[in-house]
Design a binder for this molecule. Structure first.
Ligand code: TPP
Ligand code: MG
Length: 341
């Protein structure tokens, strides 16, 4: 793909994270895109489910800032933010969620199946825990080929109770695979609070069972996220093996599109909103003199307008034709070809 193509544009978007204002801009973009997706859902443009990551923007952007484009990243159905952070465009994400040809998978995958090959985003996973062994596979391939690349698996706190989590951490530890396990602990797995499902508060403690480093990280602070991921990736590339990073964060919305999250204790959301990742970073940029409040307001307005424009383009673009459905289903294509003979 040339620099003008989709891959080139994604790489350019990724490079924008080298600047602090670029980091701020991307977190704001994720927030506006997620809000737009909720509206699209309510207007009937989204089939199937959607899972928003509002409140967790610092984790996505912090991971993307620390990883190289040659590293492989796996994440979950709550993956719109991770895709945008890594460089997939607003139009590609909105297009995929709305099932249009402008989507990053041609509108065939939908909200839970985003991908961005040029920037290392592996197709996102709807099965809880499924991304961990795949990330370990990516890391094993890099280790065998000696490419110097690494892998990052981003997953929820619910995944830490799935067999694949334990099997993968064990294998990655014993083979010293270059992989970083990033757990987004947002306190809920679907409609259950973590204290009802998991007998410990800090999931990072589970790293000890596999003799790998386990660190609790402030998932609301984008700088804290990227430094922790950078350090773990450095360790992985140096042949020292995997790490488990637990990002303490919170999802502002319910589990999926129509969940009003009435199971949450009163005041919990508001308490987390006081440490909103975007506001926190804006405060840091203003206090350190990197960018003034006015400049950041302009950024917000620009992003809001860009998201609205992308949405308009997406809604004006076609849905894929029915025949497209089998395009990437190789076995079916072989069968259809055999039957046609
Ligand atoms: C193997 C498997 N079991 C159950 C489900 C249904 N399910 C979808 S999301 C979810 C909760 C996962 O919570 P967590 O890992 O904390 O991620 P979060 O949604 O909070 O980002 C469950 C149980 C699934 N998709 N896959
Ligand atoms: Mg969770």
């Amino acid at each position: 793909m040339g620099p003008e193509g989709v891959g080139g544009r994604q790489l350019e978007r990724r490079r924008a994270l080298a600047e602090p204002v670029g980091v701020y801009r991307r977190m704001v973009e994720i927030r506006f895109v997620e809000q737009q997706i909720q509206v699209l859902y309510e207007q009937g443009h989204v089939r199937g489910s959607t899972h928003l990551c509002i409140g967790q923007e610092a984790v996505s952007v912090g991971v993307a800032r620390a990883a190289r484009v040659s590293d492989g990243v796996t994440c979950t159905y709550r993956g719109h933010g991770m895709a945008l952070a890594l460089g997939v465009s607003v139009e590609e994400v909105l297009g995929e969620v709305a099932g249009r040809t402008t989507g990053c998978a041609g509108g065939l995958g939908g909200s839970m199946h985003l991908s961005g090959e040029a920037v290392g985003l592996l197709p996102t996973f709807a099965i809880v825990g499924a991304g961990l062994p795949v990330a370990a596979g990516v890391a094993l391939a890099a280790q065998v080929k000696g490419t110097g690349a690494a892998a990052v698996a981003v997953f929820g706190d619910g995944s830490a109770n799935i067999g694949a989590f334990h099997e993968t951490l064990n294998l990655a530890a014993i083979w010293k695979l270059p992989v970083v396990f990033v757990c987004e602990n947002n306190l809920y797995g679907e409609y259950s609070r973590i204290n009802l499902t998991t007998p410990l508060e800090d999931l990072a403690e589970r790293a000890a069972a596999y003799r790998i480093p386990g660190t609790v990280v402030d998932g609301q602070d984008v700088d804290a996220v990227s430094s922790a991921v950078s350090a773990a990736l450095g360790r992985a590339r140096a042949g020292e093996g995997p790490s488990l990073l637990e990002m303490k964060t919170y999802r502002y919305s319910g589990h999926s599109r129509s969940d009003p999250a009435t199971y949450r204790p009163a005041g919990e959301l508001e308490q987390w909103q006081e440490r909103d990742p975007i506001d926190l970073y804006a405060g840091q940029l203003a206090t350190s003199g990197v960018a003034g409040r006015q400049e950041l307001d302009v950024v917000r307005q620009e992003v809001q307008q860009a998201v609205a424009n992308a949405c308009e383009l997406v809604l004006a673009s076609p849905e894929p034709p029915v025949e497209e459905m089998f395009r990437h289903v190789l076995a079916t294509r072989a069968l259809v070809a055999r039957e046609a003979r």
